[in-house]
Design a protein around this ligand. Sequence first.
Ligand code: F6R
Length: 568
Amino acid sequence: MCGIIGSVGILNHYKNVINGLKRLEYRGYDSSGVSYLVNHDIKMIKVPLMVENLIKQVRPFISENAIGHTRWATHGKISKENTHPFISFHGLFSLVHNGTIDNYLNLKEELIENGYQLEGETDSEVVVNYLEYLYLENFDLLKSLNLLDQKLKGSYSLVVIFRENSNLYFLKNQTSLLICKEKNGYLISSDLYAFNKSKINYFELQDHQYGFINQNECCVYLNNQVQNVLFSQITIDIEPLDQINCYLEKEIFECPKVLEYEINHYINNNQVIIDEEIIDKLKKASKITIIGCGTSYHAGLTFKRFSLHPNIEVKLASEFIYEKNIFDNNEVFIVLSQSGETLDIIRSLDKVNDYFTIGITNNKESRIARMVKKHLDIMVKKEISVASTKAYFGEVVLLYLLNAKINNSSLNDIQELPKNLNFVLNQSSKIKDIAKNVSKYSSLYFLGKGIDYDACKECSLKLKEITYIHSEAIPLGELKHGPLALINEKFPVIIIHSLPEFNKVIDLAKNEIKSRKGNIFQFELFKNNQLDFLLQVLFGDLLSLYVGRILNVNIDKPKNLAKSVTVE
Ligand code: F6R
């Protein structure tokens, strides 16, 4: 999690680091900080708050380099002492770190035995001090970085300022670290997006590589050997900073357009165009396992509803990793991940490395896209709001298309989806009225049957995450087996219902709820389309957005969360 950025050379380091941090904030926003070098003096400003608060405290500066960090807390509470950057005990180094160090407590003990005093609880503070400790033994910084790499267990991208020169030093293992070439210097970050431009000349570091950058050079080493550094050109989609007030709203409202693009990309002449090897493997698979986390897991559930394959399992990655399984050679694994960087999915892929794996992501440059045998891109454009919306739809669309191709079924329903989603968006005032009522409660159920129950799970996650209202998804038939006990005038139910075949049981459930004085909310919309449940999910997304507005919460950056979950 966390985002890191560095800038070196004859560049506007203030602007590069501040804009980079704004771009990186979706990776974590518990605290933020910057550090820079002016004439052998390391300066540092940090706050246990979001980047907008940091910006108020950092005056534009002129310096030889700069580093910045935005944190999603893993080790230690949210406090100034635990905020990056960290300056080493003897003041030689300032460091930002992304990742987690498994053996930091042992290293900390060693440092304390050697007279080091540490202020906070983080693994990252241990790393900067350990680097200094190694350096003071050999006075060779590159050698010290190599030794540090051998000593650390875990994941780490490090960018370091050294008091004695204006280089920026780096080391990378298991989490992304990219270098961007500028005219008079270099930028370095955990994310291409942080370079704040669309045409990027970049180099991606490999595990255990370390080195330095300055105005003219980019020197990379692996085990004391100089590495070849070849920069590649990439063009990414990037919106101007500070133009969007609410990314969640923007991303919900662009659903019809981006999905239409995705559908048109994969359908040609009324035929689904997907790599034949994928289709062949899926057709012959003895078992298909779908793996995801959170919203992507909810998208995965729908595959089982559409598919005619007799042996499908949908798994939460965090559970799958620890299961004791015996696989056969004809099994196929589909992983779903919007970001393509979720660690639980990466660990799941490690487990099934010898089998046929298909990755569905919104990021073709991501680690997951590179790990799988075949990658399919949902192409819904970058999602910034922490709560995932358009990516959920993009994933469901791809799963639907895979099934349609396998079963040679009609594409009419999927082709109508963008138009139908627009229909929901046009009814936002109706949904705002429901939101006014829902915002008065502190807990509620989403109730649905069949694929609508899968939709309930997604609606419930969105409501919790965006509004902090507690909710639970209940399968309709289970209501009277326990959940009904909670229903009263203070505990309402939102019905998610898109399947007319269940009208009768829905009516029965409504009566049972009303008899217990429970309030019922429902967004009624039937288009007689297999994908009508998605219209209910879109209603759920809008509902959460509008309730969030009423409750005046930070919609794009919910408390305690981050967009890409790269820790276990
Ligand atoms: C919820 C949400 C999360 C993610 C989950 C997986 O709105 O965004 O539940 O869906 O963290 O992330 P990806 O899809 O990037 O693997």
